[in-house]
Design a protein around this ligand. Structure first.
Ligand SMILES: NC(=O)c1ccc[n+]([C@@H]2O[C@H](COP(=O)([O-])OP(=O)(O)OC[C@H]3O[C@@H](n4cnc5c(N)ncnc54)[C@H](OP(=O)(O)O)[C@@H]3O)[C@@H](O)[C@H]2O)c1
Length: 283
């Protein structure tokens, strides 16, 4: 499979090309060394999304080395947990994550959440102070791109006033039931690449009658339809599976195209539901 496709990329505002498809490693549902080796070595996957929060940095580093994938051919995203917010803390945590994974740099490093863990202190100040650390890590070359996750328009507007570098990426929940159109437009207008997480709505989208009907039409699976829909909307997507056969299935989305009427039908499924956390009330 590796030889038959090359993952398309999208351009970030700093000129880097980021693969539009990657594999997630969230702690929900556990970690599968074999599924990730299979993704990297047999399926041609070249982009992994992880976070300190997923508690798999050391294992994942080992998995990557075992897969034989060259570091320079892999896009590695990691995230900074709010417990490590603050200038010094953020820099230290990033270096610690690099050493836990046995890598010298991350392709993308994200602030995982717009708020602090405790309610004391100003979120805005904490975000700005932390972002300055990410700017420095970027200048030093430890992070080739820097970004945020779960940030809404007001968080991004404040960061723009407080700091120098506009985030290269914003990673947000995105699937047929959760289509934050205004946020997507804002990111596009500001040159922030929009990345979607939970493309399958953690499995909830796979029984949705419209998704199932479209899957039947194209003789594809519901998961492939959701992933393809993200890609055709220009959204970076990072489905996770611990099962090899599903990892393979989720990668096979570059040899067909959804027609406009089906894209439009999927576009009507938004009901505002979140399958993870919702940053709406984070000041
Ligand atoms: N920045 C953030 O705050 C944030 C939040 C959530 C997630 N994320 C990232 O986004 C990634 C993806 O999100 P997610 O893992 O929460 O949810 P997801 O990718 O939407 O769904 C994963 C679930 O779907 C199942 N699945 C995967 N492929 C399938 C297929 N082809 N057919 C049927 N079921 C399938 C998996 O089970 P099996 O393992 O049994 O296949 C798992 O239960 C995460 O792993 C993480 O890297 C980021």
């Amino acid at each position: 499979m590796e030889r038959t496709w090359t993952c398309p990329t999208v351009p970030l505002s700093n000129g880097l090309q980021m693969p539009i498809f990657g594999i997630g490693t969230s702690h929900m549902g556990g970690y599968s060394h074999d599924a990730i080796v299979f993704a990297l070595a047999d399926c041609g996957v070249c982009h992994i999304d992880t976070a300190k929060r997923y508690s798999c940095e050391e294992q994942l580093g080992k998995t990557i080395r075992e897969s034989g994938k060259e570091r320079s051919k892999l896009w590695l995203t990691n995230k900074l947990w709010p417990g490590d917010y603050g200038f010094k803390e953020a820099k230290k945590a990033c270096m610690k994550s690099c050493s836990a994974m046995g890598v010298e740099y991350f392709d993308l490093f994200l602030m995982h959440w717009p708020g602090l863990l405790q309610s004391e202190g100003s979120n805005r100040e904490a975000r700005a102070e932390t972002w300055r650390a990410l700017e420095e890590l970027y200048d030093e070359g430890v992070c080739r791109a820097i970004g945020v996750s779960n940030f809404l328009i007001h968080h991004l507007e404040q960061l723009k006033e407080d700091c120098s570098i506009i985030p290269h990426v914003n990673q947000v929940e995105y699937h047929p039931f959760q289509q934050p159109i205004q946020l997507m437009k804002y990111c596009h207008q500001e040159g922030i690449m929009f990345e979607g997480y939970c493309p399958l709505a953690k499995g909830q989208a796979l029984n949705e009658p419209t998704v199932v009907q479209i899957a039947e039409k194209y003789k594809r699976t519901p998961a492939q339809i959701c992933i393809r829909w993200s890609i055709q909307n220009g959204v970076i997507t990072i489905p996770k599976s611990t099962r090899k056969e599903r990892v393979k299935e989720n990668c096979q989305v570059f040899d067909f195209q959804l027609e406009k009427e089906d894209m439009d039908m999927l576009g009507t499924l938004h009901d505002g539901r979140h399958v993870t956390w919702d940053p709406t009330n984070v000041p």
